[in-house]
Design a protein around this ligand. Structure first.
Ligand code: NAD
Ligand code: UFG
Length: 343
């Protein structure tokens, strides 16, 4: 039987790259996005890259009627939804501290509305965008999936709560599957430079800040902290190419179709890179200078964190293949060709 995949938040940074991978793999994706942090232009570009139309609906995952109608429409079209890939959510750590209720409402309440609609439509599989932030202060590194969960801010709490809700949901019904993907630090862009990360306003994250300095939109990078117990005193993270992360979702859906129950996988490379190492690699790959200054540590930041991705390597058959050089080259291709993002 032909089936569809519903992608919530499919116009976002990770969602758009994943949408492209699903189209390339021959799936029938349907996107629902409220465009709160994206625009329909993203989907037009994905259509161009894929050479195929994208089915999409503007709307919010907290709108139960809309979700019912999407599931019903897919059924009438002869390709009922078999699995939901759930990206939709808010993701800025600082905002989550200032506006916690917005985060609990969108990320936790939104996921509950979605799961209830899935139950009504008898859809039993979900792949969820979780985050390495659920681990909090490392007891040991690299993080394995059995590391204790201790999120340090409301955003991280929402991810841990949804993981728990999914565990209880799987427990309560036969044949239900939830694959929780704990992303490390996705950066870069599709190698064509056609789609990429387009933060609104001042970027919160390191890589888009670097590319915006390089393209002349910002004067210099602020490096938060130079006295961490790391290779050069700056923070260490496990950066992975967004297209590798996207492929991980195709593998996760295949896994979900074969294996019922709740499971969590780290998606990372297993290698740490410091802020200075990333800046220097970016400069070497692109030939662009990135002026920087050192500031105090950013409150709440960890010194270093990276993944043990062996469970995903073995059970999903997934491995990150692209290098930090690839991430810098592709991210620069996107930023230099689209200095103002999708505008
Ligand atoms: P993004 O903001 O680019 O994408 C999220 C998309 O969801 C946007 O298109 C937005 O318009 C949409 N959306 C938000 N709330 C919605 C709602 N209620 N209804 C419908 N659409 C809604 O973010 P991203 O970087 O692509 O992240 C995708 C997911 O991955 C998020 O859940 C995020 O928390 C998670 N994640 C991201 C990172 C990262 O570094 N980017 C790391 C770990 C986890
Ligand atoms: N950094 C700077 N200057 C900046 C921005 C960041 O020096 O302008 C440093 C940070 O201090 C940190 C490193 O660069 O050492 C990475 O910071 P990011 O903000 O890019 O990434 P984080 O690891 O702090 O957080 C990101 C997402 C979270 C997610 C987490 C794990 O923002 O939502 O990765 O996936 F949970």
């Amino acid at each position: 039987m032909t089936t569809s995949i519903l992608i919530t938040g499919g116009a976002g940074y990770i969602g758009s790259h994943t949408l492209l991978e699903f189209l390339a793999a021959g799936y029938r994706p349907i996107v629902v996005d409220n465009f709160g942090n994206s625009s329909p232009e993203v989907l037009r570009r994905v259509e161009k890259l894929a050479g195929a139309p994208v089915r999409w609906h503007e709307g919010d995952i907290r709108d139960a009627q809309l979700l019912d109608s999407l599931f019903e429409q897919a059924r009438r079209d002869g390709a009922p939804v078999d699995c939901v890939v759930h990206f939709a959510g808010l993701k800025a750590v600082g905002d989550s501290v200032a506006e916690p209720l917005e985060y609990y409402d969108n990320n936790v309440h939104g996921s509950i509305v979605l799961l209830k609609a899935m139950d009504r439509a008898q859809v039993k599989r979900i792949v969820f965008s979780s985050s390495a932030t659920v681990y909090g202060e490392p007891v040991s590194l690299p993080y394995t999936e059995s590391h204790r969960l201790a999120p340090a801010n409301p955003y991280g709490q929402t991810k841990a709560m949804v993981e728990t809700i999914l565990a209880d949901w799987c427990q309560a019904g036969a044949g239900r599957t939830a694959v929780n993907l704990r992303y490390f630090n996705p950066i870069g862009a599709h190698p064509s430079g056609t789609i990429g990360e387009a933060p609104r306003g001042r970027p919160n994250n390191l890589f888009p800040y670097i590319t915006q300095v390089a393209v002349g939109k910002r004067e210099k990078l602020s490096i938060f902290g130079r006295d961490y117990p790391t290779v050069d005193g700056t923070g260490v993270r496990d950066y992975l190419h967004v297209s590798d992360l996207a492929v991980g979702h195709v593998k996760a859906v295949e896994y979900a179709q074969a294996t019922p129950g709740w499971v969590a996988f780290n998606l990372g490379t297993g290698r740490g890179t410091s802020v200075l190492e990333l800046v220097h690699t970016f400069e070497a790959v692109t030939g662009k200078k990135v002026p920087y200054e050192f500031l105090d540590r950013r409150p709440g930041d960890l010194a270093g964190m990276w993944a043990d991705p062996s469970a995903a390597n073995e059970k999903l058959g997934w491995r990150a293949t692209r290098t930090v050089e690839d991430m810098c080259r592709d991210g620069w291709c996107w930023q230099s060709g689209n200095p103002d993002g999708y505008v």
